[in-house]
Ligand binder design. Structure first.
Ligand SMILES: CC(=O)SCCNC(=O)CCNC(=O)[C@H](O)C(C)(C)COP(=O)(O)OP(=O)(O)OC[C@H]1O[C@@H](n2cnc3c(N)ncnc32)[C@H](O)[C@@H]1OP(=O)(O)O
Ligand SMILES: CCCC(=O)O
Length: 448
């Protein structure tokens, strides 16, 4: 049978495909910008026939899933997510989304060895002449989820860019049970990140630390994107990219001629990533582009793999840091706002890389919804806050007031270093708290 015949045999409507889902099933919705839309709507239409279907997704960018919208009482569907974006955190605030704690590099192993997948649904590109559906922007743990699934349903979308790998960037039709041709919805884009003056100051401090030939990882959020933009405008040359998330700023660095990958020790000349989210311009740039290669996340985020490149520079954002150096990058108190993602993977990988550096960026203050200013450098983390990067793992911390390296520093040295880059308005209070916590010695300098 030809691949075209097999395609016709497996082609069904979305309503037909979701009939395979049973009460109590675990159903994967796809990852990041590759989550199903038409299959979600079809599943929502089956609401009254089903109970306790557990949906799993990651970083919803395409609006609230229909299945969740249609079932606010959660009698039929329970929505779980291993990295929150804006949609997910708002659902979580309403009690309609549950976080799955992860180290991103481990997720393929969770699928293969620790999790159940009854039905794996995912958005893909149209089939090629060899019978392959490309995963588009989303490699990550897609193949591991497919391997584990009892049933695989692909939702074909002509607007999904075809992103070259690496490895495990596509699935063969022989492994697919049902094919659904979608309404060719627009692939979700990220709005341009919000950028403040302090982001620019922090980015400036970091760019001074980057050498020609460094290998760059930029994290999620506003700040790392500013760093990328500044690199694009800098005199830096011959940079490499080995990252988790491919973002617009990396495309800008590449188009500005800053990225060649010449000094990488692995995947030379390739920009390596595991998923991409950004503008349509980024998606068009990645389409069939041999300059970039997507790999599964247990490769991109393995500290041992990351460390094979020299001078790795890892740049990630945080929400709060305490005087011991514990970094919270994923919650505001107990309110889950994001996730651990790959932060720990890259902080560890950069440390192991020859000449590597990891930077945790944090604006010194945060203004709450009532306009009140709070220090993000705090004596101890807010009650309920999650430690994302541990105090023993963290290396450089950067605010708009400077940069400190916490590696090898004792508790009183850390307190002094971190207070020196806190907002001046909060420093005196932080010193008093450090004294109370017994992490302040008579030799500590009073930081003004
Ligand atoms: C991707 C890679 O390559 S590897 C690893 C990167 N991954 C990580 O570092 C994982 C964790 N980090 C993250 O997810 C992000 O970097 C973040 C959340 C720390 C920052 O991302 P940004 O998009 O810049 O965050 P932003 O400033 O928009 O804040 C996000 C939300 O948190 C809230 N928030 C942020 N700080 C605080 C705070 N101190 N107190 C209360 N709420 C806060 C904001 O109000 C916003 O919520 P809202 O959407 O309901 O208004
Ligand atoms: C899980 C993906 C996003 C991140 O690492 O922040």
């Amino acid at each position: 049978m030809s691949y075209q015949d097999e395609y016709k045999r497996k082609l069904v409507s979305a309503d037909e495909a979701v009939k395979v889902i049973k009460s109590g099933d675990w159903v994967d919705y796809g990852q990041f910008a590759g989550q199903v839309v038409d299959l979600d709507a079809a599943l929502a239409r089956r609401k009254d026939e089903l109970r306790d279907v557990k949906i799993r997704a990651v970083t919803r960018a395409a609006g609230v899933p229909r299945a969740v919208q249609e079932d606010p009482g959660q009698e039929h569907f329970i929505y779980n997510n291993w990295h929150f974006g804006g949609v997910d955190r708002k659902l979580h605030d309403q009690g309609l989304c549950y976080y799955i704690p992860i180290l991103f590099r481990e997720v393929p192993t969770y699928y293969r060895e620790h999790m159940d997948v009854d039905v794996c649904m995912l958005a893909v590109t149209p089939m090629d002449e060899h019978g392959y559906f490309n995963f588009g922007l989303n490699n990550a743990a897609t193949m591991a989820a497919i391997e584990k699934a009892k049933v695989v349903i692909v939702e074909v979308n002509r607007n999904m860019p075809r992103c070259l790998g690496g490895s495990q960037e596509s699935v063969h039709i022989s492994r697919v049970d049902y094919i659904v041709e979608s309404s060719n919805w627009s692939v979700p884009e990220l709005p341009p990140p919000k950028i403040c003056e302090c982001d620019e100051k922090i980015a400036g401090l970091i760019v001074e630390q980057i050498e020609d030939g460094s290998c760059i990882q930029l994290g999620i959020g506003g700040m790392p994107n500013v760093v990328g933009k500044l690199i694009a405008q800098s005199d830096l040359k011959e940079l490499g990219i080995h990252t988790e998330m491919m973002v617009d700023a990396m495309m800008e660095m590449y188009l500005a001629g800053k990225v060649t990958g010449r000094y990488k020790n692995i995947d030379k000349y390739k920009m390596v990533y595991t998923f991409a989210m950004g503008s349509r311009k980024l998606y068009d740039f990645l389409h069939n582009n041999p300059a970039a290669a997507s790999y599964p996340v247990d490769y991109t985020n393995s500290p041992q793999v990351i460390a094979q490149n020299d001078r790795v520079v890892s740049i990630n954002n945080a929400v709060e840091i305490d005087l011991y150096g514990q970094v919270c990058a994923e919650s505001a108190g107990s309110r889950q706002i994001s996730g651990t993602g790959g932060q720990v993977d890259y902080v560890e990988g950069a440390f192991l890389s020859r000449g590597g550096k990891s930077f945790i960026c944090i604006s010194s203050t945060f203004q709450d919804k009532n306009g009140q200013l709070h220090s993000r450098i705090v004596p101890t983390l807010s009650p309920g806050a999650i430690v994302t990067t541990s105090r023993s793992t963290v290396m450089y911390v950067v605010t708009e007031y400077g940069m400190v390296n916490l590696k090898g520093k004792s508790t009183w040295e850390r307190a002094e270093a971190l207070i020196s880059i806190a907002h001046p308005r909060f420093r005196e209070q932080l010193i008093k708290e450090a004294e109370r916590l017994k992490i302040w010695t008579r030799t500590n300098k009073l930081v003004s």
